[in-house]
Design a protein around this ligand. Structure first.
Ligand SMILES: Cc1cc2nc3c(=O)[nH]c(=O)nc-3n(C[C@H](O)[C@H](O)[C@H](O)COP(=O)(O)OP(=O)(O)OC[C@H]3O[C@@H](n4cnc5c(N)ncnc54)[C@H](O)[C@@H]3O)c2cc1C
Length: 336
């Protein structure tokens, strides 16, 4: 164990200060593991848990602002999220375990690191952990690695479930840094690895995530989060899909699709979404969308199975989202 300085931030301004090799700690469920594994070696750790970032508030324009320190448990069970963003609630509850969700925070989840075994093993070559060292996953045991968004330098999967729900909904991150506050579209926050996989996100030195603001809910949408994994709980996704759908009768008016477990960042499938608009809400349309979503997938020796698995996840999530919309309509008609 290496030594590091430890302090508690008592204001956002005090926390958002540039300092080399400083890490914020929120729930600690990613950071402390990676320090113990010697993957991360911060010289200084700043505990941000005393900061006033635990509120969830509905904004006048219909968006939902979530403080960076709202826990995954509190967010999953928040009445606004359950009522208007059920796909996010389902994604959160599909992640980790109850104990971990009680500690894990919204910003910590956004910032969680890949579970690629070569990243987590300092004896292995990993361009993400040590730029220029190579990538043992390319010809190694890459069963869990990405088929979308990879490069010759890195095929590590972004492991979050929560971020897949957020990618489907759309959101903005608020960042506070030494030069003030700025906002970043969630879709642009996580970087593709390219030839700089160690640059994982658009967070500058000293910047702190203070909030995540969800776009206004898609009116009249049915939704579903489907997670496929090796065992039914407490396991990362092999493939997952967050789907939202709105219907005019039996015709698709609008759709949102995002994938997890198969890509190097939370993966929104905009081309597949566009292909669904105006189509009948039936299996053949969902299968076409799934083909489009995976058309650029690049398999490696052990992960080709993820391509049909992700296609099936899309088809089932869309089917369940359409059924959800139909049952909402039936309930409304019964109540009228
Ligand atoms: C055994 C296990 C199983 C898991 N299974 C799943 C799963 O199935 N699905 C899933 O999605 N996740 C899973 N997780 C991951 C878990 O969701 C994350 O560890 C958690 O969300 C991280 O949140 P945290 O608050 O604990 O972050 P921390 O560990 O405190 O921090 C993580 C990173 O975020 C940075 N950070 C934290 N807050 C801020 C901020 N406000 N601004 C800027 N940077 C910040 C830290 O510096 C650090 O780099 C699992 C974790 C474990 C240990």
């Amino acid at each position: 164990m290496r030594t590091f300085a430890f302090s508690r931030a008592d204001s956002i301004d005090a926390a958002a200060t540039p300092a080399d090799a400083t890490a914020f700690v929120a729930g600690g469920t990613t950071l402390l593991d990676l320090i113990k594994l010697d993957v991360l070696q911060p010289e200084s750790v700043v505990d941000i848990n005393a900061l006033p970032l635990k509120r969830v508030e509905r904004l006048d324009d219909g968006r939902l602002k979530i403080g960076a320190l709202v826990t995954n448990t509190d967010l999953a069970h928040h009445p606004e999220v359950k009522a208007h963003y059920p796909v996010l609630s389902e994604a959160l509850l599909a992640g980790a375990s109850t104990q971990l969700r009680n500690m894990a925070t919204t910003a910590g989840n956004v910032m969680q690191r890949t579970r690629c075994p070569y990243y987590r093993d300092p004896a292995a070559k990993c361009n993400r952990r040590e730029p220029g060292s190579g990538c043992d996953a390319m010809d190694g045991i890459n069963r869990m690695n990405a088929v979308l968004g990879g490069s010759d330098a890195c095929i590590a999967v972004h492991p979050s479930d929560m971020c897949v729900g957020i990618a489907a909904i759309g959101a903005t991150l608020t960042l506070q840094g030494p030069n003030g506050e700025r906002e970043v579209d969630f879709a642009d926050f996580h970087r593709l690895p390219g030839d700089t996989p160690h640059v994982e996100h658009d967070l500058q030195e000293g910047e702190l995530i203070t909030a995540l603001t969800l776009d206004a809910p898609l009116p009249g949408a049915g939704s579903h989060y489907l997670k496929l994994r090796d065992r039914a709980s407490y396991e990362f996704a092999l493939a997952s899909c967050a789907a939202e759908i709105t219907l005019d009768g039996e015709t698709i008016r609008d759709a949102r699709i995002a994938l997890g477990g198969v890509a190097t960042k939370p993966w929104r499938c905009t081309e597949a979404e566009a292909a669904l608009v105006g189509q009948p809400a039936e299996k053949a349309s969902f299968e076409r969308a799934a083909e489009i979503a995976l058309k650029d997938a690049v398999p490696r020796e052990h992960n080709a199975y993820k391509i049909p698995l992700a296609r099936q996840a899309i088809v089932r999530a869309l089917r369940n989202a359409a059924q959800d919309r139909t049952s909402q309509r039936e309930t409304q008609e019964t109540q009228a």
